[in-house]
Design a protein around this ligand. Structure first.
Ligand SMILES: [Zn+2]
Length: 285
């Protein structure tokens, strides 16, 4: 992937795509403020981001939004203190109460990536986990930063139970976190597969409402390339099919393994998706 540097998605809203995990980070600029969406996985990565921000604007990072509690979105937080750091209250609680378990899971996952991930393993071990200090509930919030309105929406459970979607209406940009995934299958480990399609529909509806009077909104996923509303609608349909298959197989009494073979996803991804759907259907999550 060629380094494109910062790409302006709408007036004063920039995104930079990093080779590490093919992650995309958004920066929202205002008169005397800068809001950053997610902080990357390690202090090394966060420091690279800080250096890149210096090329973008001579502004301190005044606000951070964590889209959800996964390590690659939150473990860089410490590097942006004293910025106000916002997240859904369930994301914040998870980092406060379960941060070390999240670190352990991240390190275990990175170790499966082989020697190429050694730096990530080391970086994850060295992170000081800083939970968000400002939280929102399911009703979301509107922040005013430097005279600009930035909306934080919780549109339902999906990729996790505490996903936030960041919308900048005056720029026509939505940062979706990992609710939308481009370039790889969605990640289901902490997901709620039965509700995720509705949450994606809500993102599409939000984008369509923002499009009235302006151009087509840009939707910036947590990983991969920027997408449009049609992409989100296709992903909603695909995940609705996964949920429907899981429901039907569960009703028939099929095992999760048998159900996973009927789902149109790579086998390892399907196994996790169906396991989570079955856990929902069985009332375990
Ligand atoms: Zn994630």
């Amino acid at each position: 992937m060629a380094d494109e540097g910062w790409v302006e998605l709408g007036p004063g809203v920039f995104r930079r795509r990093y080779a590490a995990l093919d992650q995309g980070i958004c920066a929202i600029l205002a008169d005397d403020a800068l809001l950053l969406v997610d902080t990357r996985a390690t202090f090394t990565e966060a420091d690279e981001l800080l250096a890149d921000l210096r090329h973008l604007a001579p502004l301190p990072v005044t606000h951070v939004v964590n889209t959800h509690a996964h390590f690659d979105h939150v473990f860089g937080n410490a590097r942006f203190v004293p910025a106000e750091t916002w997240a859904h209250e369930r994301c914040a609680r998870r980092l406060r109460e379960d941060g070390e378990r999240l670190r352990g899971e991240a390190i275990a996952w990175a170790r499966t990536g082989g020697p190429g991930m050694a730096a990530l393993v080391e970086g994850l071990a060295g992170v000081r986990i800083v939970p968000p200090d400002h939280t929102v509930g399911d009703d979301g919030a509107v922040l005013e930063i430097g005279g600009r309105l930035v909306e934080l929406h919780h549109l339902g459970r999906g990729h996790t139970d505490g996903d936030l979607v960041v919308a900048v209406p005056d720029a026509g940009v939505i940062a979706s976190g990992d609710l939308v995934e481009e370039g790889a299958p969605p990640s289901f480990e902490d997901s709620f597969p039965l509700e995720w399609p509705d949450t994606l529909d809500a993102i599409a509806a939000l984008a369509r409402s923002m499009a009235e009077g302006a151009g087509a909104p840009a939707i910036a996923p947590g990983h991969g390339a920027v997408v449009d509303v049609a992409f989100v609608e296709r992903q909603a349909l695909a995940l609705r099919a996964v949920a429907a298959t899981a429901r039907a197989c569960h009703a028939e009494g099929l095992t999760a393994g048998d159900a996973a073979r009927r789902v149109d996803l790579p086998p390892a991804v399907a196994a996790v998706a169906v396991a989570r759907a079955y856990a929902q259907l069985d009332g375990h999550i």
